[in-house]
Ligand binder design. Structure first.
Ligand SMILES: [Zn+2]
Length: 133
């Protein structure tokens, strides 16, 4: 679990570089009042309207435990290596998402796209395993 996984479940997400705002799923939220950020070992969530973090997480089908990375594994990776992994992960997720959306639009994938999709999925699972398990 990382910030991207949490952001993917929220609406009206804005921001970048480790700090985001989104509509809080735990109360009737017209303008985004949920702050999301991440530290080295966890995702931080704060609702400025006063919702409990536990309620916010429950509203998107997650638990408080999902906010914490696996400390042991994160500590085993050097900071530089972790950053590179995360950059590759973002690129690969984007690549796979683009190919998946082409597939959903019922255009048959070319052999190259199919191969790239499989390679991307393989890389994502390897990197996620190294980063978060
Ligand atoms: Zn709230």
């Amino acid at each position: 679990m990382n910030a991207l996984d949490v952001l993917g479940r929220l609406d009206n997400v804005t921001g970048r570089c480790g700090k985001w705002m989104a509509c809080c799923p735990a109360h009737e939220d017209k303008s985004p009042s949920l702050a999301i950020s991440e530290t080295d070992d966890r995702v931080l969530i704060h609702c400025f309207a006063g919702c409990e973090t536990e309620d916010v997480m429950a509203a998107i089908g997650l638990s408080l435990a999902n906010l914490f990375y696996n400390k042991l594994v994160v500590n085993e990776l050097t900071e530089g290596k972790r950053r590179r992994y995360e950059e590759v992960l973002i690129t690969e997720r984007l690549q796979v998402a683009i190919i998946n959306s082409a597939e959903r639009n019922e255009r048959p994938l070319t052999g190259t796209e199919r191969a790239r999709q499989l390679l991307g999925q393989h890389r994502i699972s390897k990197i996620e395993a190294a980063l978060y398990e």
